[in-house]
Structure formats: structure tokens, C-alpha cells
Design a protein. Structure first.
Length: 102
């Protein structure tokens, strides 16, 4: 998978991994190759009230969503295509976070 913080540069921006204000949103885009795969979102550190959602860029459909305090998430039968992963806070959550997709 190729990562991009929503700017198209192929390099993560300086603000990646940090919700600087209660209104911050971090968007990451990536492509799943032909043949698809499963996706395992490994939540590392994150503000307690953090939230994430995974959306198809092709259809705009929400594929999966979760609250970071609920822990890791596996999405099966993940088809080939382009996707956006959105991290944001709820209830004024701020701070640094980490995650990994395997």
C-alpha cells in the first residue's frame, strides 16, 4: 500500500500523527492492489475520544468505522481500490496518535 497524507506528495505532512486542535482531522489515502486483501488497523497511542473511519474514494461509501478506545480492527474482504482513512477527535480530543495498517 502507498500512503499519502491528503496532499498527493507521497510524503507524510509535518502534522501527521497529531490532532493539534479539537477541530483537527487527518486524512490518509492509500491504494489496495488488485486481488484485494484484509486490512488490520493496529491502533497504537491515541486520545481516548479519537475516532476513525475508512471510506472508498470511488463510491464515497463508508467501509468501516470505530472509536480508538475500542482497540484494533480487522476488515475482511477488502477489495482493490483507493481509500481514505480519516482520524479525528470527538469531545475535544487532541494529541498525538499512532497506527499501522497490515
Amino acid at each position: 500500500m502507498d500512503w499519502d497524507e491528503a496532499g498527493g506528495s507521497g510524503v507524510l505532512g509535518a502534522s501527521a500523527g497529531n490532532l493539534e486542535t479539537k477541530a483537527s482531522r487527518d486524512l490518509y489515502t492509500f491504494a489496495v492492489p488488485a486481488g484485494g486483501q484484509f486490512l488490520y488497523l493496529d491502533i497504537g497511542t491515541y486520545p481516548y475520544y479519537g475516532r476513525w473511519q475508512l471510506m472508498s474514494q470511488g463510491t464515497g461509501a463508508q467501509i468501516a468505522t470505530g472509536r480508538c478506545w475500542a482497540g484494533d480492527k480487522q476488515v475482511n474482504n477488502f477489495p482493490a481500490g483507493n481509500y481514505t482513512l480519516d482520524f479525528h477527535g470527538v469531545k475535544e480530543a487532541q494529541g498525538t496518535y499512532s497506527f499501522e495498517i497490515r
